[in-house]
Design a protein around this ligand. Structure first.
Ligand code: NAD
Length: 476
């Protein structure tokens, strides 16, 4: 199979002048393609064409942009099979989930922002200083957005960035992860059928060279990152260079799952089957650390262990597969390292805990009981690993959750609505689910607090994040 491996700048593909980087198939370790990297001149040109395209695109009507996004959504659905083939192979995901779930969500995101832009709260007209002064509030696009995407949901994360930015009238230069560039390079030409040249550009390459040159470019007005906390710091430094840039940061997570004594354990275990292990746990909202009331902690551990024993993992095209390999050998070894260090730190490996003997970057679904102080309970593992820690009072679990450096996703499990709400209201997390976990609605904001970053993806709030509020006053 051949893949699109060239950069996409000003409406056309072009070879990269930087060193090429290999894109692998995590299920086998096989090389899929050598992918072009942009050199500094190409990054500069991509930003300049986006800057030039902004002059026209920012002046189009919400109706025109809406129509473009709605057509993109249809085109993504029409091409979902081809996109799913590339995404599943390069990111190591079960093909059936990519096609039916992730690609459907990608299309939905374009459709949502195509609709939202015609409903954006914008103007308020009033005379505030005197009857001779009329004030208007406008929401205008910002300019060129540098978007930096991760490898765990290459297309979906790109959609979360491109759709609101373009709907709001901005232009974009986006860099996919060096691990998973192939699906976005294919998507670029699909989107460009409905856009003027230069509105969406894709540059590929690594973070320290290509990403860094992109985010520090003087003509970039806003940087939007989904990635690691460390990369978030690099973005904040870049934003305070020669020019002041806006930032939008979706960083790591370590989601607590607070299970009260009266929780519905059937529902908990059914939900965590997907919420903890989808995408091999490489998900910033993954339900990865369970805090269970001591009176039920053993039962929770036993039930989770049985569930984990029945999980099916394997290659994208295998039947009934629930999750695939880790993204790289390095990521698999990183996960294995967390589990090995936990063994020596008072933790017990209840299920899994090994690298299976097979090709590809797999790691067994793993359950660990561990004290709250253990590294594996505190740090983001980003793999198919769940910990269970017992608490005596819900207040203790709440404090453990809030002491975390992260603040992205969390859940509370109780049949007592009042107790659940008391905990949910006090959790310092951007999203809290009650009696479920990992369920997204495109209409609702997704974003973090503390080291998980700030700014919203999805929802009207995201569209607003990609606009600048302005005041115009007319004196009559
Ligand atoms: P990463 O930060 O290593 O890489 C993300 C992107 O940043 C890549 O494209 C990379 O090339 C680029 N990058 C790295 N250094 C850069 C620099 N100095 N300048 C510019 N770009 C640079 O993260 P990853 O390993 O790809 O993704 C995993 C991380 O992303 C996890 O921590 C996960 O929690 C987080 N994540 C968060 C969300 C969310 O919504 N909060 C969603 C998905 C993933």
């Amino acid at each position: 199979m051949s893949y699109q491996t060239h950069l996409f700048i000003d409406g056309a593909y072009e070879g990269g002048n930087g060193p090429s980087l290999p894109a692998h198939e995590p299920a086998t370790g096989r090389l899929m393609a050598d992918v072009a990297s942009a050199d500094p001149g190409q990054i500069d040109r991509a930003v300049r064409v986006a800057h030039a395209a902004f002059a026209g695109w920012s002046q189009t009507t919400p109706k025109a942009r809406s129509l473009a996004l709605l057509r993109m959504a249809d085109a993504i659905e029409d091409r979902a099979e081809a996109l799913a083939d590339v995404e599943a192979a390069n990111a190591g995901k079960p093909w059936r989930f990519v096609k039916a779930g992730e690609l459907a969500n990608v299309a939905d995101v374009f459709r949502f922002f195509g609709t939202a832009v015609r409903n954006m709260p914008a103007t308020a007209a009033n005379g505030y200083r005197s009857s001779q002064h009329t004030s208007l509030m406008r929401r205008d696009p910002i300019g060129v957005i540098a978007s930096i995407a991760p490898w765990n949901y290459p297309l979906l994360m790109a959609a979360w960035k491109i759709a609101p930015a373009v709907a709001a009238g901005n232009t974009v230069v986006i860099k996919p992860s060096e691990n998973t560039p192939l699906s976005l390079l294919l998507l670029a030409s699909i989107l460009s059928e409905f856009l003027p040249k230069g509105v969406v550009n894709v540059v590929t390459g690594n973070g320290p060279d290509v990403g860094q040159a992109l985010i520090t470019h003087d003509l970039v007005r806003m940087i939007s990152l989904t990635g690691d906390v460390r990369t978030g710091r690099a973005v904040l430094k870049a934003a305070a260079g020669e020019t002041i840039k806006r930032t939008h940061l979706e960083l790591g997570g370590k989601a607590p799952v607070i299970v009260c004594a009266d929780a519905d354990l059937d529902r908990l275990v059914d939900t965590l089957r997907e919420a903890s292990f989808y995408n091999a746990g490489q998900d910033c909202t993954a339900a990865c650390r369970v805090f269970a009331d001591r009176s039920i902690a053993d039962k929770v551990t036993e039930r989770l262990s049985t569930m984990i024993g029945s999980l099916v993992y394997g290659a994208p095209q295998e039947n009934d597969v629930e999750f695939g390999p880790l993204i790289t050998a390095a990521q698999r070894d990183r996960v294995a390292g967390f589990v090995e260090r936990a063994r020596g730190a008072g933790a017990e490996i209840v299920a899994g805990g090994k690298t299976p003997e097979r090709e590809g970057y797999y790691y067994e679904p793993t359950l660990v009981t561990a004290p709250i102080t253990a590294e594996i309970v505190q740090k983001e593992v980003f793999g198919p690993v769940v910990t269970v820690t017992a608490f005596d009072e819900p207040e203790t679990a709440l404090n453990w959750a809030n002491q975390s450096e992260y603040g992205l996703a969390s859940s509370v499990w109780s049949r007592d609505a009042s107790l659940a709400m008391q905990i949910a209201n006090r959790l310092e997390y951007g999203v809290t689910w009650v009696n479920t976990h990992g369920v997204f609605a495109t209409e609702m904001p997704h974003g973090g607090m503390k080291n998980s970053g700030y700014g919203s993806d999805l929802s009207m709030q995201s569209l607003l994040d990609y606009t600048q509020i302005r005041h115009i006053m007319l004196a009559s």
